[in-house]
Design a protein around this ligand. Structure first.
Ligand code: VGL
Ligand code: ZN
Length: 215
């Protein structure tokens, strides 16, 4: 299949999800090889006029943290008023070192850092919609007002924040690509396979960095 990607077009944006120290090896919620993505994302970023970053940004005592639920362990699933929630180790606390973006990310032209998960009582894997599935973050409006209609999603973690963001982008009407090799997954109990099934079912397109950068 021949697809032409005009990445420099102002209607296209690279959406870089949660490239923060807590998701890197050694971090509180480490994703295997997360740090290996940095050079590739920098290379991709240079092809785009528009780059948007997200940052998982939780207040202390956030509802998604296992210690907020005595008797429960990280990676257990519980039911909250808004639905099922996986409990996580404490991660990406606002202002902490672990919440900082990787210092080797070299994307000086990024025009927005969208912080999410700031509501103490609702998680937000998606950059577009909180986990109650009814509270928008405002990113859809921001992108539309800037004339952006096509998104290339990269970063961490493929099976959580990337997958939820890509699905919501698609539902909001953006042409949405996930650059598979520019992502890494947590892969909890089949979450990666489930994420691809959900994304592809909605019309998210799976591409490789090679398709964008050329040989
Ligand atoms: C993420 C779990 C909890 C992610 C964020 O960035 O994929 N995963 N918070
Ligand atoms: Zn989080």
């Amino acid at each position: 299949m021949l697809t032409l990607h005009n990445l420099a077009d102002r209607r296209c944006a690279l959406l870089v999800i949660d490239m923060q120290y807590d998701f890197m090896p050694g971090g509180a919620l480490a994703v295997k090889e997360g740090d290996a993505l940095v050079p590739l994302i920098n290379r991709l970023g240079r092809r785009f006029t528009r780059v948007i970053l997200t940052q998982d940004w939780h207040p202390a005592g956030h509802i998604s943290f296992a210690p907020s639920h005595p008797g429960h362990e990280p990676f257990q699933r519980i039911t909250l008023p808004y639905g099922p929630q996986t409990l996580w180790p404490v991660h990406c606390v606002q202002g902490s070192q672990g919440a900082q973006l990787h210092a080797d990310l070299d994307l000086p032209h990024a025009q927005l850092i969208a912080r999410k998960g700031c509501n103490p009582d609702i998680d937000s894997y998606s950059a577009f919609m909180e986990a109650d599935r009814s509270t928008p973050t405002g990113l859809t409006g921001y992108l539309r007002e800037h004339g952006i209609d096509t998104l290339y999603v990269v970063g961490l973690a493929l099976d959580f924040c990337v997958a939820w963001s890509a699905q919501d982008a698609c539902k909001a009407g953006f042409t949405t690509y996930v650059v598979e090799d520019a992502c890494r997954a947590i892969d909890l109990d089949g979450s990666l396979a489930g994420a691809w099934q959900a994304m592809l079912g909605l019309g998210v397109q799976r591409v490789q960095s090679q398709d964008l950068l050329g040989g």
